[in-house]
Design a protein around this ligand. Structure first.
Ligand code: AGP
Length: 599
């Protein structure tokens, strides 16, 4: 997602635009730009990096325009660069646009426009909007935008301006836009934080709305030109609350964003009978897969091992990136090295990637931040499109990583000539909905968090695909509540850890139904026999577990390959609510950073 703001009024637009962008950086921060109308000319500044870089460039200029637009970017198409930064322009630099969303038919539109003589400068999908509006511009920006949008497929929050018209034209389909109503000044923005310092009176545009804005007021129409009456509402939330969409912390917001982030990682990659990925690889020579990562990404790598070995049938080695890079690994051109990294900047993972490539391996990245260093250095990649993950504790990136690994395994199987079971494709399509249903356990987890917040040690147990989920649940608790927790394969407790079990050692057990459930049940019995308290994650009324466990958290039934994605959600919530109940800074836990770019 990206952040957009536009302004028409009596103040200098540049200051208002920069201030608004800074309030929207939580929506994306890889590049920023603004464009003002001054004396019937467009004056534009763009910079890579945070809004502060743009602010610095603009601060030295005496910019007087009173109409302008600005954008802070979360890259989806095209790496973070000045040329890919918004605003984008038509060929004659008379029209500027900022866009949030994905133009799904941008390739076809771009080819049409190029055939008509339009010259493009960026790699983005958004730029086609500027040239499409130019194609239809005959003196009315409103009319040109309306005609252009009739050809567009996909999502947009769009704001456009023209050098000779002191107005803005905005349109919304699936990406949010609000109008801020001030005294002789009107704002348009992606979200309330951008304008809250100037007005609390807002109008929430709906899908299909077109807004025509000038300093005296605004009109809202549908794309057929019919005037619409939208209610002005007064914003009640504080600034701090709104940037987190009303959630207390970014981490909680990101946990609850998972239905959307899972939809994003699946978008455009799943059809009725296959998976669509575009990989630059020599699949047929690969005889082994090596996955290296750190922290939570290493946990998804472990899950990737189970999935790839079962579905693709090749051996998979998983390494801590920090170990791989120094152990003089035996690597050849018959290896595919997969680097998993939310940030794409983790020093150890980057070093491991470079080590593997230097030894001849093909490389593939599973990354969230578009244009990050890992993303730029691999031969192929699968972007998560999970949106910015601000909370230090990784949540939505983890479930998106597992989904991307499952997509890769199924795609690989299909490329190797095998059919993909339609049942799993159907379950994948419904995954966002199932994640939504899983989040319904929220209030139950809050109660458990209150009950267990003062314990000083936890064990997390799981088998098979749920063993890495146990590790992830333990890491989540450790890193934000500072409570010691360890994850183990459930059967492993007999080889030592069970000595720790007593009434002061809560044990969280991943006990969803699979071919190992009966064995997991025996582990629960062993724990209960030592006085341990068991919190079991279960997916159906599995009577034996219901009778044995002290506390049950129910999750929906899913295919075993999807179970890590669903089963981790209550563990993310448990860690969050325990840390919050202890009054800790959940988004910025002590000693930690969001991206470890040092060794
Ligand atoms: C997970 O909650 C932590 N923030 C940390 O372990 C993180 O997963 C690790 O540093 C790897 O980061 P990356 O995915 O950006 O490479």
């Amino acid at each position: 997602m990206c952040g957009i703001i536009g302004y028409c009024g009596q103040h200098r637009a540049s200051e208002i635009l920069i201030e608004g962008l800074k309030r929207l950086e939580y929506r994306g921060y890889d590049s920023a730009g603004l464009c003002l109308v001054e004396n019937n000319n467009l004056v534009c500044y763009k910079r890579v990096g945070p809004v502060a870089h743009l602010e610095e460039a603009v601060a030295r200029q005496d910019l007087g325009g009173h109409v302008g637009i600005a954008h802070t970017r979360w890259a989806t198409h095209g790496i973070p660069s000045e040329v890919n930064a918004h605003p984008h322009f038509d060929c004659h630099h008379q029209i500027a646009i900022v866009h949030n969303g994905i133009i799904e038919n941008y390739q076809a539109l771009k080819e049409l426009l190029i055939s008509e003589g339009h010259i493009f400068s960026s790699e983005t999908d958004s730029e086609v909007l500027a040239h499409l509006i130019e194609k239809f511009y005959k003196g009315s920006l409103e009319e040109a935008v309306t005609k252009a949008l009739a050809l567009v497929e996909g999502s947009y929050g769009l704001v456009a301006l023209h050098a000779s018209e002191n107005k803005l034209v905005a349109a919304r389909r699936s990406s949010p836009l609000i109008i801020g109503v001030g005294q002789d000044e009107i704002f348009i923005a992606s979200d309330v934080p951008a304008i809250l310092n100037h007005t609390k009176d807002v109008v929430y545009l709906q899908d299909g709305d077109l807004a025509i804005i000038d300093s005296k007021g605004y009109q809202i129409k549908n794309l057929a030109g019919k005037l619409l009456d939208r209610q002005v509402e007064e914003v009640k939330l504080s600034m701090e609350q709104i940037e987190k969409k009303g959630y207390k912390h970014f981490m909680l917001k990101e946990i609850f964003e998972q239905p959307q982030s899972l939809a994003n990682v699946l978008a455009g990659r799943i059809t009725d009978n296959q998976i669509k990925l575009s990989l630059n690889w020599h699949r047929e020579v690969i005889q082994r897969i090596i996955i290296a990562a750190c922290g939570t990404s290493w946990h998804s790598a472990l899950i990737g091992k189970y999935l790839l070995e079962e579905i693709v049938g090749l051996p998979v080695e998983v390494d801590y990136a920090s170990e791989f890079r120094y152990r003089h690994p035996l690597v050849s051109s018959h290896d595919l090295f997969i680097a998993i990294s939310q940030s794409g900047e983790t020093a150890d993972t980057l070093a491991a990637l470079r080590e593997a490539r230097s030894r001849g391996a093909q490389s593939l990245g599973i990354v969230n931040v578009v244009g990050s260093t890992v993303a730029r250095e691999v031969d192929s990649g699968i972007y998560l499109h999970a949106g910015p993950e601000i909370g230090v504790a990784s949540t939505k990136a983890f479930t998106a990583q597992i989904t991307a690994l499952l997509l890769l395994a199924l795609y690989w199987r299909h490329e190797a000539g095998y059919e993909i079971d339609k049942k799993i494709l159907n379950e994948l399509r419904h995954l966002p909905t199932v994640a939504e249903k899983t989040l319904e356990a929220n209030s139950q987890v809050i109660e458990l968090a209150q009950r267990f917040m003062n314990f000083e040690n936890f064990l997390y147990l799981g088998r098979g695909l749920n063993f890495p989920v146990a590790l992830e649940g333990a890491l989540k608790l450790k890193e934000i509540s500072y409570i010691h927790a360890e994850g183990y394969p459930a059967a492993e407790i007999k080889h030592g850890p069970i000595a720790l079990v007593d009434e002061n050692m809560p044990v969280v057990v991943l006990a969803t139904k699979n071919d190992l459930s009966d064995k997991t049940l025996s582990n629960i019995q062993e724990i209960k026999a030592r006085g341990g308290q068991v919190i079991a994650i279960v997916d159906q009324d599995y009577e034996p577990v219901k009778k044995l466990a002290d506390y049950l958290i129910k999750v929906p039934v899913v295919h075993v390959w999807l179970s890590p994605i669903i089963n981790v959600i209550p563990l993310q919530l448990l860690a969050y609510y325990i840390a919050d109940a202890k009054g800790l800074d959940v988004d910025r836990p002590r000693n930690l950073a969001k991206s470890v770019t040092v060794e």
